[in-house]
Design a protein around this ligand. Structure first.
Ligand code: GUN
Length: 288
């Protein structure tokens, strides 16, 4: 079986075109949506992500503000920066790039972000809203994966979705979003016994474990849809996912490549959340 490649680059581009029009319409009404990103320290992966976020928001026609702080910054000073952005009326979305240095309490920083500007969807209030199916900002990676599935015509209701990985950023919210679309959801993780016995049952397999090419074709049921959230370097230093694409594509009916699958969707959904935040703000003003 040869599988269909799910093209995140193309689907992301399609959504960005839609966003560009929405931003242009807001600008015409006299308002430019703004995204602020706080980067603490010099982590090279974080620097790359942040640069991409800045570039993409500018391309979409939005205002972009980057606040760089040294990794020696105190928790108190970081919280002050967040509070300044909470009060800044030209900023609709605030993102604090994770991970943060060890001396800073990540949860405390996330809780300090105004839920109305929490375009990462990490604030406990927004996580709670997501869990009970209320309208809120959805975390960007799982939100992007839902768009990939829906825009590729993958049926979700009644299907068995197996998620490997249980992080707060990807695995946990991913299962909830699939559940809301009536999938039967199984969570697997590093302590799961006999992982293959679960993955072999998956109609939709989401892999977010951070281990290069770990999931090979023999873990996959014939005809399954495979979503690879991994971003690793292989033995030759080449970018690769958590799934061994060459063997998986022999078995899967559809699969995301790395790069060009989930990656481009994450930033796209961040922009979408920021535009939504701006629209929420403007709508609440016209109502008041
Ligand atoms: N670090 C890795 N992924 C993310 C993300 O989606 N948001 C933030 N803020 N930091 C991250």
């Amino acid at each position: 079986m040869s599988s269909k490649k799910i093209d995140g680059k193309a689907i992301g581009q399609e959504i960005r075109e839609e966003l560009k029009e929405q931003v242009a319409s807001l600008v015409k009404q006299g308002y430019q949506p703004g995204l602020a990103v706080i980067l603490v320290g010099e982590n090279p992966a974080s620097q790359t992500y942040v640069k991409n976020k800045e570039k993409s928001s500018i391309e979409a026609g939005m205002k972009s503000e980057l606040i760089k702080l040294p990794d020696t910054v105190s928790e108190e000073d970081l919280l002050k920066e967040v509070e300044k952005l909470n009060q800044d009326d030209s900023i609709d979305g605030i993102l604090v790039q994770l991970p943060l240095p060890k001396h800073i309490d990540e949860n405390k920083v996330i809780r300090a972000i105004s839920p109305e500007k929490d375009v990462d969807g990490f604030h406990p209030m927004n996580v709670g809203k997501m869990l009970i199916g209320q309208q809120t900002f959805l975390p960007c990676t799982p939100y992007g994966i839902m768009q990939l599935l829906e825009r590729s015509g993958v049926e979700i209701a009644g299907k068995h979705a197996v998620i490997i990985g249980r992080s707060n950023i990807v695995g946990k919210p991913m299962g909830q979003l699939l559940l809301q679309k009536d999938a039967t959801v199984t969570y697997c993780h590093s302590r799961t016994n006999d992982l293959k016995s679960f993955t072999k049952q998956a109609d939709i397999l989401i892999v977010a474990i951070g281990m290069a090419k770990f999931i090979t074709g023999d873990y996959i049921k014939e005809g399954a849809v495979v979503i690879d959230v991994g971003m690793n370097r292989d033995e030759n230093g080449k970018l690769c996912g958590d799934v061994d694409y060459a063997s998986a594509e022999q078995v899967a009916s559809a699969i995301t490549p790395v790069p060009g699958g989930v990656g481009p969707m994450t930033i796209t959904m961040l922009l979408k959340n920021t535009v939504e935040s701006a629209e929420n703000k403007l709508n609440s003003r016209t109502k008041n």
